[in-house]
Unconditional design. Structure first.
Length: 197
């Protein structure tokens, strides 16, 4: 749910206001139903829940030829929540869906903030790998072989993710991406929904 919440809030905020079908259409264009496991119904649920929680406002508008439509806009609390969710997704390990959502909304952070949270992920992954290596020094003979293989798979994922996170931190430090505090950031884009991440 956190990944869905982050993406829905982020799209509403970046657009300056959006209807539910616009949010759904944008997420579908990103392929989010695959990498974020988002279903259309969860998008509408996230919009209603965010509005109920004070993260979005709702404005009824007349429909073109049918019922009223609801335009959602992010509140200050909603914008703060986006930033916190991106930070959480960057530092939280073992949740690839949340990481993917955080990367999709990475430009919502300042460069310094993004680097700090990616570096926190690096530190956590390094600590996990050290802990796993210590566990292999004196392996428990009662652990079945296939479970040991599973642990090695996890360690392989962690090593790959560690290298990727170090590379991302370096690229950010070198000026990659237009971040929230950079000139020309999403804050100055006229029609953010035409912007592709």
């Amino acid at each position: 749910m956190s990944a869905t919440k982050l993406l829905v809030l982020g799209i509403v905020h970046l657009s300056g206001g959006a209807h539910g079908y616009q949010v759904r259409s944008e997420l579908q264009s990103w392929g989010a139903e695959i990498w974020a496991k988002i279903k259309p119904g969860s998008i509408y649920h996230a919009l209603k829940k965010a509005a109920a929680d004070g993260l979005l406002t709702e404005h009824a508008e007349p429909g073109n030829s049918g019922p009223e439509r609801v335009l959602y806009r992010a509140t200050a609390r909603g914008r703060d929540e986006i930033v916190e969710l991106v930070r959480d997704g960057l530092r939280r390990t073992h949740d690839p869906t949340m990481l993917d959502a955080a990367i999709a909304m990475l430009p919502m952070l300042t460069r310094t903030d993004a680097i700090a949270h990616v570096n926190e992920r690096v530190a956590r992954l390094e600590a996990e790998l050290v802990g796993q290596a210590k566990g292999w020094e004196n392996p428990n003979p009662d652990i079945p072989e296939h479970v040991r293989d599973q642990a090695e798979l996890w360690a392989g994922h962690a090593r790959t993710e560690l290298e990727w996170a170090k590379s991302l931190s370096k690229r950010l430090a070198e000026g990659a991406y237009t971040m929230a505090d950079d000139p020309g950031s999403w804050r100055t884009v006229h029609d953010p929904l035409k912007m592709r991440f």
